[in-house]
Structure formats: C-alpha cells, structure tokens
Ligand binder design. Sequence first.
Ligand SMILES: [Fe+2]
Length: 224
Amino acid sequence: MNKSRRDYLKGGLLSLGAALSLSKTAQALEQCHQLTPEQTEGPFYPIRDQFDKDNNLINVQGKNKQAEGEVIIIKGRVIDENCAPVEQVLVEIWQACHTGKYNHPADPNPAKLDPNFQYWGRAITNKKGEYSFKTILPGEYQAAQDWVRPPHIHFKVHRRGFEELTSQFYFKDHPLNKFDRVLQSLHPADRKKVIVDLGTKNKTSDSSNVSPRTGIFDISIRSL
Ligand SMILES: [Fe+2]
C-alpha cells in the first residue's frame, strides 16, 4: 500500500473514531439537556421561621419524639445542563406531615398537625453535587372539592449563576398521580422526571428499627 493511501485510510479511521465519540458526546448532552421541569410553588411555601431547618425532618431539635408516618430518605445529585455536578446548591423542601397538613396559616385542612415534624428543611450539595433528606412520606390532601393531591414534596433549588428552580416530586405508582392537576399538566416526558421510586413497601416499612425506603431524585438545573 502506498503512503498516501495508508494515510488516507488512517485519516478515515481517525475521523470515524472522532465521529463516534462526537455522537456519544451528543447523546450524553441530549440526556443532560433533560432539565427538571418547573411546577407551581403552591400556596404553602413556608413563611414561619423555625429554629431547626436541617435536612432531618423527622426530628425537631428540643423534642424527644420522632415524627409520625413512614420514614423515607430522598437523595440525589444536582447537575447542570451538561451533567456536571453542581456544588454549594441550596436545596429546600417543604411538605405536609403524615396527615396531609402543612404548618402554614393558609392551610384550610382540618387534619391535625404533627408537633414532632419539621415541615421544611434545607441541604447544601457537596463537591459531587449530592444532597439528602430524611423525612416522612407526606399524606394526601384535598386541594378542591373534586381534587385530592397525591403525596408530594415541594422543592426549590438556588445557586448563584443558575436559574432558580421551583417544583414538586411525587411517588411512583401512587393511584392519585394520574388525577393530579399539577402533575398531569406536565408533558408526559417531563412527568417521569419528577416521580421518585421508593421501591416496594413491606409490612415493616413503618417500623422505626428497619432501614427506611430510599428514593433517588436527581435535579437538573440550567446555568445562566
Ligand atoms: Fe403541596
């Protein structure tokens, strides 16, 4: 084989390799561009300050009882539109207690508040973009006469240099999900991005001496 033909073939192989790796990058970028969809903040964003605002919502400092309900762990990563982890992101969550009641003066729900539940909390992502919360599975609640909201957790994500994101996540296979006006208002492809899989509940899930069910929830935000 003469040199020019050999060089030509080598060039061809190189460009084939380059094309393959480019298409892999394009695929990865396409997956990364799946930003977490926004949803309404709702009427119960916390307005009361509280002494304890950490990422463990099942114990309130100064109380010796644990919140009622099934303990769950929610953890995941905050990533940007290129799938790079984002550190130092403030992740806030707020939710109803196991009875479906928010600790908010505008909540008309007559259900009882759980005095041992910390209704909102904060976490800051580490160098790998990771955050976690220990909380309880929220109760469902009546949002209108013909609308019961499925269990869901509200969240807000803030970081300088990124668009602020306000949204909510839900739990896989809950029968009320398909009737929820907020969740169903999302495009079907976006709905999947806000559903957390806790795995199967077993008989002992509510017991305090078993490891809690854990859901992985990654949040993708856009840089400015
Ligand atoms: Fe809510």
